[in-house]
Design a protein around this ligand. Structure first.
Ligand code: SF4
Length: 168
């Protein structure tokens, strides 16, 4: 039985408190205004910027970091959420064409973990519902389901507490 991640089953209030206390935070780059989303847009947010005031911020987009371009075809998970993708039981595929992007999604998750470790981030503030960054919900096929995207699952398994923009 693997060790229980220390961020298992924390409440929204506990996640918010952990973010307040964190000195270094890994952040989905689109939440900081980078136009790195699949549709070429950003999701810059004043609430995010306020929550990060005074902290060291490590911006990262796992998908573009893994070499996927912007804009790029929308991707959904197939067969399970991020944990299942990491375990090899599910895939990340382009919604329209079905092209398999699992390797890129796994690479992006490893990049995020490497960045968190290198800079000492104990908390990650991620964009909700993304197939990479979703912390509480993500798309499996056309269904929004409870669960994590691939990067959020990798960070969670490594003991990094994941908070989303919707927790703020
Ligand atoms: S949600 Fe994550 S993968 Fe998607 S654009 Fe934002 S940082 Fe990149």
């Amino acid at each position: 039985m693997p060790a229980q991640p220390r961020n298992a089953a924390v409440t929204r209030e506990e996640r918010r408190a952990a973010l307040r206390e964190a000195r270094v935070v890994l952040v989905s780059a689109c939440l900081l205004g980078q136009a790195c989303r699949y549709d070429g847009q950003s999701k810059g947010s004043d609430r995010v910027r306020q929550a990060l005031e005074g902290k060291e911020v490590v911006p990262l987009c796992p998908e573009t970091g893994a070499g996927l371009g912007t804009p790029r075809p929308a991707v959904v998970l197939r067969g399970g959420t991020g944990e299942a993708v990491l375990a090899g039981h599910a895939q990340a595929v382009e919604r329209e064409s079905g092209q398999d992007q699992t390797a890129a999604f796994r690479r992006g998750a490893e990049l995020a973990l490497e960045a968190a470790r290198r800079f000492g981030a104990t908390v990650a503030l991620l964009k909700e519902r993304s197939p990479s960054c979703g912390t509480q919900g993500t798309y499996v096929g056309e269904q929004l389901v409870q669960g994590r995207g691939v990067t959020a699952a990798r960070l969670h398994a490594a003991g990094i507490l994941t908070v989303s923009d919707e927790d703020l």
